[in-house]
Design a binder for this molecule. Structure first.
Ligand SMILES: [Cu+2]
Length: 199
């Protein structure tokens, strides 16, 4: 099999842009994530309407340390759901496209109450205050956050609702060489542009 080399005109593409960063200080971070309709301008002249966190893609990077408490108020200001056929839909079929919730993918935290609770629903017009207690023993590393409401997860994640969630290295136990390095965030997402009927 022969693999052709495709040469893309590099100058047409901007350098890697970093999402904005929301960092904890003094053991605490208190932020708002607002979900609303927004326009995505992708490569190759592709533009489409989607749902975004804080009208940005990738969404802002959330940065904290082990032992922190992270308050995230999720505000859903999307339009009402189209109620058509929703009562007939099963759990994992596409339904309630503008309802959402928040999942911290890769984090080791409680799945109850106001923490990593993916059975919560935040409907359009409502807010929910998440409070994540990051244990002092939590590993450092890069995780990510995204919606996890069954029925709308696929639509929303593939519409570019995702952001990095970084637990920074512990300065007491990490080599200086690592602490001196910057974190560059790259989020790779598949974009679904199929016909989604009324949604
Ligand atoms: Cu996930």
């Amino acid at each position: 099999m022969r693999l052709d080399t495709i040469t893309l005109p590099v100058t047409q593409y901007p350098l890697l842009q970093q999402p904005s960063v929301l960092s904890s200080s003094g053991g605490r971070l208190d932020i708002d994530l607002t979900v609303s309709a927004g326009k995505v301008q992708g490569p190759f002249g592709i533009t489409f309407n989607s749902r975004l966190y804080n009208n940005a893609y990738p969404a802002p990077t959330i940065r904290c340390r082990a032992g922190d408490t992270v308050w995230v108020k999720l505000n859903n200001v999307s339009q009402d759901n189209n109620a058509t056929r929703e009562s007939e839909m099963s759990l994992n079929e596409l339904h309630h496209p503008n309802s959402t919730n928040l999942h911290l993918h890769g984090m080791h935290i409680s799945s109850e109450g106001r923490q990593e609770n993916v059975v919560l629903t935040v409907d359009p017009g409502f807010s929910f205050q998440y409070v994540y207690e990051i244990t002092p023993e939590h590993h450092s590393g890069t995780s990510y956050y995204h919606p996890h409401l069954h029925g709308s997860t696929n639509l929303q994640v593939h519409g570019l609702m995702a952001g990095a969630f970084i637990v920074g290295d512990d300065p007491k136990i990490s080599p200086q060489e690592l602490l001196a390095m910057d974190d560059l965030v790259v989020i790779v997402q598949g974009i679904y542009l199929g016909n989604s009927e009324a949604f």
